[in-house]
Design a protein around this ligand. Structure first.
Ligand code: NAP
Length: 282
């Protein structure tokens, strides 16, 4: 059983989710291996994952179609589906259309979380947030959130729309403790801010796309022995160690899915948690 976080809207979000980036293509659709991805998402649900993370951008909508087909035999109410609106669709009209299109591809009446995928350059954030809030009120989504926003942007938005943001999704792993590709200070700034404001923090790329565990450090190897786990389980457990933090890990192989499903049960001691930070945060 994967533990859950209670969001500001009182909904429960599982602390581990399955990622779908590159299932069905990158910026354009690629139908190769479509069946394999549907099967791996179904296997993940059978293994206890109920939280799936996708986006309208992934494979130009194909990852949402794959997700929609994968979840179709399951009880929708037991799943937590997140999708994201791309920064070119942040005007009121485009955002509403984007949410409508995502629901259609996902074959769902609502998503559990709708995120702005990254800050936009043109539309004022006030306009986008007002639409996001309306989409929540109209039950298109149960919660709303922001992805790849800086601490300064989060502070400003929380002041403009107090209590409305449920989720913040940024890059966070032992390899990107305070320096991700798109954001900084996750550990030192964004996560403490989210905790103080009851915003759930969701880490994307918790395994550094696999590179974090290809050559584990000595500390990681010795702690894996101590906790009788794999380096991947250790890295995932580290990411979700603090209350209020969750992680989206992508796995398509059955062995990886099985391994990751149990990682939320692993509890690191504060000393071991900190020793991993010291190893990586140089
Ligand atoms: N909001 C954003 O801007 C944003 C950006 C990037 C990603 N994301 C989300 O976050 C998700 C996760 O990030 P990611 O997919 O980039 O990278 P990731 O989850 O850090 O790593 C995925 C890679 O790790 C491998 N892996 C998984 N479990 C493993 C295990 N137990 N042992 C060894 N290898 C393992 C997978 O292999 P197999 O597939 O072979 O099992 C895959 O190659 C994405 O899929 C997406 O949903 C969001």
């Amino acid at each position: 059983m994967i533990q859950t976080i209670v969001l500001r809207n009182k909904a429960s979000m599982p602390v581990l989710g399955i990622g779908t980036w590159e299932m069905g293509g990158r910026e354009t659709a690629n139908l190769t291996d479509r069946g394999k991805y549907i099967e791996s998402l179904r296997f993940a649900i059978q293994e206890g994952f109920s939280h799936i993370d996708t986006a309208e951008m992934y494979g130009a909508g194909e990852a949402e179609r794959i997700t929609g087909e994968a979840i179709s035999p399951f009880n929708r109410e037991k799943l937590f589906i997140t999708t994201k609106v791309w920064p070119t669709n942040l005007s009121d009209e485009k955002l509403q259309q984007s949410a409508f299109n995502s629901l259609k591809r996902l074959r769902c009446d609502y998503v559990d979380s709708l995120l702005i995928h990254a800050p936009g350059m043109i539309v004022p954030i006030e306009e986008s947030l007002e639409t996001m809030i309306r989409l929540k009120e109209k039950h298109f989504t149960r919660s709303i959130g922001l992805s790849n926003f800086s601490l300064e942007q989060m502070i400003r938005i929380e002041a403009l729309f107090p209590g409305e943001i449920d989720v913040c999704q940024n890059e966070y792993s032992l390899q990107s403790i305070n320096k991700g590709l798109l954001t900084e200070n996750s550990h030192s700034g964004v996560i403490p801010f989210c905790r103080a404001n009851r915003i759930a923090f969701v880490a994307w790329r918790p395994l550094g796309k696999g590179s974090l565990i290809k050559s584990p450090t000595e500390t990681m190897v010795s702690l894996s022995r101590k906790y009788e786990c794999t380096p991947a389980q250790l890295a995932i457990a580290w990411t979700i160690h603090k209350a209020g933090t969750a992680a989206i890990v992508k796995a398509t192989s059955e062995d990886h899915i099985r391994e990751n499903a149990t990682a939320s049960r692993l509890k690191l001691s504060p000393a071991d948690y900190n020793s991993l930070i010291q190893t990586y945060d140089s």
